[in-house]
Design a protein around this ligand. Sequence first.
Ligand SMILES: *[C@@H]1O[C@H](CO)[C@@H](O)[C@H](O)[C@H]1NC(C)=O
Ligand SMILES: *[C@@H]1O[C@H](CO)[C@@H](O)[C@H](O)[C@H]1NC(C)=O
Ligand SMILES: *[C@@H]1O[C@H](CO)[C@@H](O)[C@H](O)[C@H]1NC(C)=O
Length: 370
Amino acid sequence: MTLRRVNVVILVLIAVAFLIIVHRNLINLNDFLRREGSDSAHVGLPHESEFDIEAPRKFEVARVGREIPVVITAVEERLGALIAAMNSIYSNSKSNIVFHIVTMNDTVDHLKAWLSKTALKAVKYKMLPFDSRILEGKVSKNPQETEAVKSLTFARFYLPVFVPDAEKAIYMDDDVIVQGDIEELYNTPLKAGHAAAFSDDCDSTAAKGIVRGAGSQKNYIGFLDFKKESIRKLGMRANTCSFNPGVFVANLTEWKQQNITKQLEKWMELNVVEHLYSRTLAGSITTPPLLIVFYKQHSSIDPMWHVRHLGLVGAGNRYSSQFIKAAKLLHWNGHYKPWGRASAFSEIWDKWYLPDPMGNFHPIRRHTED
Ligand SMILES: *[C@@H]1O[C@H](CO)[C@@H](O)[C@H](O)[C@H]1NC(C)=O
Ligand SMILES: *[C@@H]1O[C@H](CO)[C@@H](O)[C@H](O)[C@H]1NC(C)=O
Ligand SMILES: *[C@@H]1O[C@H](CO)[C@@H](O)[C@H](O)[C@H]1NC(C)=O
């Protein structure tokens, strides 16, 4: 008798619990639907053709206000690098970023398809073709035969061509991941008369990853041949701290006033004839002319905004994971790229990479399951 009554009570309790659960789920669903609705109303995606099943992103808000031009190059063979970099920049900021993507004509269609079929379909971008004929007489090899990656590395010399209307712009290499809000980097103050701000190689934070040997120069003498008359005549101190031009903020008004592009071209041309760069130069071939033109004429960016040398041997031992986590920008300069076979901290890069819908690009991993 009492046993049966207990059974009934248990049944009723179970039924009530069941109803509560169903009700709560309905409320969640309702919330979810409402959120989805308002999201798309606010975002106003320009080409929202497909249903996006991805989780709502952190900053899916209307991006209005001052535009932040970010100049970055797209190289066909490493297009995945650009995608991961863009995704990290875009996802960690709610500012009005406009990517200025400098690329070769035959990369445009692939890149457009990649962007439009992924979570990056709402980003604002401009595709800017790079004509390598501009490098004629300025690099030793015939520029049309030079690999795209080498030609495009000079795109940074022509910033005002690619960003004609803005006063300020950011340039960054494609082998970076941004973990901070790009607006912070954009707000880097530039001193009067300075056309750019770079990260100095002697800065203790930046220098942390420097190893002795190839690719580790941190003074002007590592980049320029001070035995050459044209260099000596400049009267620069050979032990002056160099800077890394993989990330910089530019004042384009100053850049144009000082004819920075013309000055850089002049040194490129002179180098073809006189071989002015250091013979042990292992770093970027764009560095030497920039070092000359910006000698004691540049501002500095916060070292945490350019944590580099992640592509050098042993980078994984030099940086603690806490330090890497705190960094605002990570740069895999050096031989070992995070989409390659053996690179330090590639798991961070993986988080931002979006697979190629065309299936052309694949990160190389130690254990690929094909
Ligand atoms: C790239 O394509 C545009 C438009 O089709 C063309 O005007 C331009 O000359 C091309 N540039 C190069 C370097 O081939
Ligand atoms: C850029 O340089 C110009 C010319 O010197 C100066 O008037 C302007 O304030 C600078 N802008 C920024 C954002 O530093
Ligand atoms: C930059 O070039 C223009 C035109 O060629 C010239 O008038 C001006 O004096 C140059 N400025 C500097 C700082 O060299």
